[in-house]
Design a protein. Sequence first.
Length: 99
Amino acid sequence: MAKMTKADIIEAVYEKVGGFSKKEAAEIVETVFNTIKETLELGEKIKISGFGNFVVREKKARIGRNPQTGEEITISARRVLTFKPSQVLKSALNGEPVS
């Protein structure tokens, strides 16, 4: 299965937008990613119209089991990132016409 890297995204921005050098395209992509990261670190939600929502959720500590030994262990509280795609993105992924 193919994957897209940050370098691939920079290349796509460079080719599709035009008017920027590759270095400037890289700076733009880095700025966008850093802005997203910083916003999520603050626990804020990010909504990108036509793409989806990124939400940081708090998970409480809980008891789990080691699957190899069956021993109970405490799973610490933590923050997790969830992504919910928009209906537009879901439709595009499934080859459906956008309404």
